[in-house]
Design a protein. Sequence first.
Length: 612
Amino acid sequence: MKPETEEAYASSGGLTRGPQTDRVVFGVTAALTLAFVIWGGAATDSLEDVSTKLLNGTMHNGGWAFVLAATGFVIFSLWLAFSRYGKITLGKEGEEPEFKTVSWVAMMFSAGMGIGLMFYGVSEPLTHFSEPPPGTNPANKAEAMETSLATTLFHWTLHPWAIYAVVGLAIAYSCFRRGRRQTISAVFTPLIGKRNANGAFGKVIDILAIFATLFGSAASLGLGALQIRSGIKEVGWMDNVSQGILVAIIAVLTVAFVASAVSGVAKGIQWLSNINMVLAGLLVVFLFVVGPTILMLNMIPTSLGGFIGDLPQLVGRTDASSGKGVADWLGSWTVFYWAWWISWTPFVGMFIARISRGRTIRQFVGGVILVPSVVSLIWFAIFGGTAMDLEANGAGLAKEATQEGQLFGVLNEYPIASATSLVVMILVAIFFVSGADAASIVMGTLSQKGTMEPSRLVVIIWGVLTGAVAAIMLLIGGGGDKALEGLKNLTILVAVPFTIVMIGLCIALTKDLRRDPLIVVGERGEEAVGSAVIAGHELYDGDFEFRIGPAAPEPSLQATDVASLNPEADELEQTGQEEKTGAEEGAGSAESGHDPGGDGPEDEPGPGRKES
């Protein structure tokens, strides 16, 4: 039995069954991941050599594809928001959002890139300031600051959040509007059919999604561990943090996010996200007050204007356009970022979808892209502006500090450095815990046929494997200063196949939206009005009006009497009745969430619904 509604399913007693594990998706992905961990642990040099060769080939032959795809996702998501599809609700018509806007933004931001902002908030603007990107030639320090922040905003505003928005929107629409199960493969139903989406083709898609999620989360865990290691040195707890201690940091973080994940979304992630937003806000206010406040304020409009003005150059920067050395630069920055964001999309997109039920597509795109972009602008203007000002005045941060330790170097220039450094380590830990928390739940969801609440055992398994992969990724880089390169290289490689999945996902979503009940009803209404206007001009020479009346004559007045009173009105009335019937049918489909094209309800269980 497969009840057509959640209510029917609940009343049948089916909700008592636990989530069902997809043995193929879970088994294949877990086995391959375990094999990677064993390979990396037993033959680290071999894995490093293979990954380096694959990366070089990818960058030489396909770096342009990452650049082009990322910009395409920006255009696609903005087009959806401003098109007629923007009014469609991600759920039933009139459904209210599940979470308040403040909590929605906080959870979305923490899962999306909180740990990245902590790691790169100082280091990226500082790096671009001291070593301007290829193809740029700032004449003075002021221009160098503008170029640096424009490049940084390019990496952290529209493009990453548009990448997240595409996947999140597709999943939310498929799950909450169409009633399909919450998996990446289910989104492809209108493109490849239900049978293929549930079959081998769909399983391959979900396996690729889990791999992307796993390695993207592991890269974040590695970044967090590296920054906590630098913080331990800065606060004076240890002079030298060995590779073993680095692995221990990863283990502690892994235990923390697994514990948070099994507590559930509302209890774990929302609570941690709100705490982190408060701590991050306090840190921003502190640096804004004690740092070069006027410079920060000036950098906001300056960097925004520079970003808009340089956007064509930034979008078109490739090995062919910007001269020698740009390929290596792109691999370290732009292409790595696009790959990192893409590797995060399965879990960030699915998590954003999970918390966005009841919002319209226009609200979703606006909230997911614009709000975090504004926050990123302010964040980099404050942290990056402060770091560049110190560097311009001879602080020597770019040369003396490691990339992960440059934020602590900035804080050391101001009062209560030990306290603020401790806050940074707490922020990094919580940002990672909240993000990896979401990732573990999403990997469990993909492994268990789209269930909203995956079993604890599966969540724990994916959490442990994420920690193990993070340790191997750091070991590939030697655990030292080159550890960051190991994280970047593997992240780019794993993101390649999922980029193709995302392109197909955009096509499938577009096909779905064209058949949405709200769109179909609107098209029929436009056709009816157009037909009525034409008929009015033909019958009454343009002297006519529209009226809303009862669907049928009063009982005392027969239909034949209406025709005898005005024989010419019979044709118009007939057209109106046919249109009303079509509109009622379309509205019924919209209310039930069924496809007006005749697909009917999905066989897969939707959110909160399992088979019985």
